[in-house]
Design a binder for this molecule. Structure first.
Ligand code: ADP
Length: 271
């Protein structure tokens, strides 16, 4: 299975692990497209840094010499194109959509790139949003992708549900320190286990602040609780990213590809 193209329609492998338990049909990729590993990035609620972690992971893997893509179907607040400084709309051929290419060569498709004005609210609901990820998978001309990072619409178990329609190799759960000890993350972890989706690990975002004067790390939400919570779920806590004003600034400037830092190296090592 090492050269799996995820084109299940032309593959004779029974691949029980991925397809056996799923009642959904995984849409084939477009002819000539290739996507290697697929990882979902989910969180229990919005605003905890799912887009930040997805962007940084994509940049980290690209810096390691891989071909990387981001599929951003996070309808509640599609901030990925903004972080990469991409504005305007995606270009379509007669029956397919071309991914937008970022400054360093990451292939990107986002709900935001399909809206007439990027400030338009997205009012799709229910089955429509569920279908976006599948459409992005099957209708975008992904070129020779080694690693794809997916941000599904919704949060927690709703987001995980979407992965039944994609050949995901694993999910990365992003949480803030407060959220990590809450029911929301617990629910997402249980859901992934029930659906047989491997969890790569947890990323704690906004873990601490480094004092600009003395360099001391301050933990506004407490320090020890998260490791304890991760242990309870039986999952590795792979990264603890600080609140860093420089990161927020780079996102605002659309220059996330310039970020400095190696917080997500342990995650990248596991992919
Ligand atoms: P989500 O995708 O989960 O809704 P975002 O990644 O968009 O969350 O993050 C919400 C806001 O917080 C954004 O403005 C983002 O730039 C900022 N942010 C996220 N993580 C950090 C961080 N570690 N340091 C500084 N700002 C951050």
């Amino acid at each position: 299975m090492s050269d799996c193209t995820h084109d299940c329609s032309s593959c004779g492998e029974s691949c029980a692990e991925r397809q056996g338990g799923s009642p959904f049909q995984i849409k084939p990729l477009r002819e000539g497209c290739r996507v290697g590993k697929v990882y979902g990035v989910v969180s229990g609620k919005g605003g905890v840094g799912k887009s930040m972690v997805t962007s940084q992971l994509a940049v980290t893997m690209q810096r390691r010499g891989h071909n990387v893509a981001v599929l951003d179907a996070d309808i509640t607040g599609p901030s990925i194109p903004k972080a990469f400084g991409i504005h305007g709309r995606a270009v379509a051929t007669e029956d397919a959509i071309l991914p937008v290419i970022t400054g360093t060569g990451i292939q990107l498709m986002s709900v935001n790139l399909l809206l007439e004005h990027e400030t338009d609210p997205v009012i799709w609901r229910g089955p429509v949003i569920g279908g976006v990820v599948q459409q992005f998978w099957g209708d975008v001309l992904w070129q020779d992708v080694d690693y794809m990072f997916d941000m599904p619409p919704g949060t927690g178990d709703v987001a995980l549900n979407v992965f039944q329609t994609l050949p995901v190799d694993g999910v990365i759960i992003v949480a803030s320190p407060q959220e990590l000890v809450s029911m929301v993350v617990q629910k997402a972890v249980k859901m992934a286990q029930m659906m047989n989706i491997p969890i790569v690990g947890l990323v704690e975002n906004m873990s601490y602040i480094t004092c600009p004067d003395c360099g001391k790390k301050l933990y506004p939400f407490g320090e020890g609780k998260t490791q304890q919570a991760a242990d309870e779920y039986g999952l590795p806590l792979l990264a603890r990213m600080p609140i860093d004003p420089e990161l927020a600034h780079l996102v605002d400037l659309g220059r996330i590809e310039d970020f400095q830092g190696n917080w997500l190296d342990a995650v990248a090592d596991k992919l």
